[in-house]
Design a protein around this ligand. Structure first.
Ligand code: NAD
Length: 449
């Protein structure tokens, strides 16, 4: 499972050889650790166009709290980084870009500084919601998406580029904190819409889930285990759900995290009712992570392979979501995060069943999100992992696995913790303005990008 190529390219001979042969040169990514919780360096704040003064003031306020220390004044589109200090992150406020001329400011702002952004650094572009009544604004704002995705593909050195569309700076604080931290190491080329709903800042940003209960399905191993660990780190009481056959691992993990184990097959018709019965005190965070693959090309796929995947990955997600909302087990302020996959967005040979089930998850999220928020005060989002180093991907034949690993802007696979950090951000109480989003954790995979 270890990425030996990544280790090799980190050595001097490895760098030399791969450069000479024109092979991918992945950079070792900086991920969150208690010893290194923030990006090393400063935050450069730049502006393109003419942002709304209230939004700009709110943004300046939020950015003083996000992690890297702000260094550039949020004025003057061509402000450059102070010499000798590579910025760890650049935030470009392009919310005020309303026409093609103002797009010139985007080039003027980033062209002189992009080279100096530190390795594993961040570029975050801020955009405005698209204005349906103004096609010049809509064209200029949509242009930011093509810009962001293109820069993400060329920037290299483990650096990421994302676009956040926002209407209110304080509602976007949890999102900006996430993107401007090592927690988002494998999230690149994404466009995230943040609404204007009032966000409540947690008492402690290091333990935003304190006092909350979170249930993670399929948590005995792999990505689910990392999600459980990350939610526990953030203060949650975690319920580790997995099949009876995984009871030993589920119990050991629950014990380690000070949580509870719940063994049941999520496809059972009464799974939602059994979860509700096991949680008389209610639930704040529901993570649909359990998933299976049964790959075969459609011509060779028996109906049983189709239905197993559909049951675990989609039907049970729909059933348990409905049951836990209807019973009121998921409290107001609750969060649902479902696990999709880039196979559901881009399609994948041999995975008609899996791709269909994961696309179904996306449909569920987009349709339910506004109603769940309005009727239950619960947000619904999805993470869509790309190639993640796990038992699932370790089973892929060697050459296909190696291609899958490298076919993204960061030229490496993600780790379970990358999906976990993204899930945790969406699960936080302060992320209430993020709803109906499908966030890919794929290093900007070339598939369906
Ligand atoms: P995994 O196979 O390592 O773990 C899945 C867990 O789900 C296991 O512990 C399993 O026992 C549990 N599970 C399976 N069926 C269940 C059921 N009926 N009831 C309860 N629990 C059940 O998988 P993973 O790689 O950690 O993947 C986790 C999720 O991420 C899945 O939804 C998967 O489709 C998705 N995903 C993974 C990748 C990847 O590269 N690994 C990529 C995209 C999406």
């Amino acid at each position: 499972m270890a990425d030996r190529y990544l280790s090799f390219t980190g050595t001097a001979p490895g760098r030399f050889l791969t450069r000479r042969l024109g092979l991918p040169q992945p950079a070792a990514l900086q991920r969150w650790s208690p010893e290194r919780p923030a990006l090393d360096g400063t935050l450069l704040c730049l502006v393109a166009g003419k942002p709304d003064p209230d939004l700009a003031a709110g943004l300046a306020d939020v950015l003083t709290r996000t992690g890297p220390h702000p260094c550039g004044a949020p004025s003057g589109a061509s402000a450059a980084a102070p010499s000798g200090q590579p910025p760890a992150a650049v935030v470009l406020d392009a919310t005020g870009v309303r026409d093609v001329d103002a797009l010139g400011d985007v080039h003027a702002a980033l062209h002189p500084v992009v080279r100096s952004v530190a390795a594993s650094g961040r570029v975050v572009v801020l955009g405005a919601p698209l204005d349906a009544a103004d096609h010049h604004q809509a064209a200029a704002q949509q242009a930011l998406e093509g810009f962001t995705r293109s820069l993400g593909k060329e920037i290299g050195r483990g650096r990421t580029v994302n676009l956040v569309r926002l209407a209110d700076a304080s509602a976007a604080e949890s999102t900006l904190r996430f993107l401007l931290s090592p927690k988002s190491a494998y999230v690149s080329g994404q466009v995230i819409h943040v609404g204007a709903d009032a966000a409540t800042a947690p008492e402690d940003w290091d333990r935003p889930l304190a006092g909350r209960t979170a249930l993670v399905t399929g948590a005995a191993r792999g990505i689910g285990e990392a999600v459980a660990e990350t939610l526990a780190r953030d203060g949650a009481h975690v319920v580790v759900l997995d099949v009876p056959a995984a009871e030993k691992d589920a119990r050991a993990l629950a014990e380690r995290l000070g949580g509870t184990a719940l063994t049941l097959d999520i496809t059972a018709a009464d799974a939602g009712e059994r979860i509700a019965a096991a949680l008389p005190g209610g639930l704040d965070v529901l993570i649909h992570n359990a998933g299976v693959t049964r790959d075969r090309r459609l011509v060779n796929m028996p109906a049983e392979r189709w239905s197993t995947v559909m049951e675990v990955n989609l039907a049970s997600v729909l059933r348990t979501t409905d049951a836990l909302l209807a019973s009121g087990t998921l409290r107001p302020g609750g969060r649902i995060v479902a696990t999709a996959s880039i196979a559901g967005l881009a399609g994948n040979a041999g995975q008609t069943n899996y791709g269909a089930s994961k696309a179904g998850v996306v449909g569920l999220v987009r349709s339910l999100a506004p109603r769940a928020l309005e009727q239950h005060g619960v947000t619904v989002n999805a993470v869509a992992p790309g190639f993640v180093e796990s038992r699932m991907t370790a089973a892929i034949p060697l050459f296909i696995r190696e291609a899958g690993r490298r076919m993204n802007s960061l030229a490496q696979g993600g780790l379970p913790v990358d999906v976990a950090e993204t899930t945790a951000w969406l699960a936080h109480p302060a992320s209430g303005a993020v709803n109906g989003q499908v966030v890919r954790v794929c290093g900007q995979s070339l598939l369906g990008a």
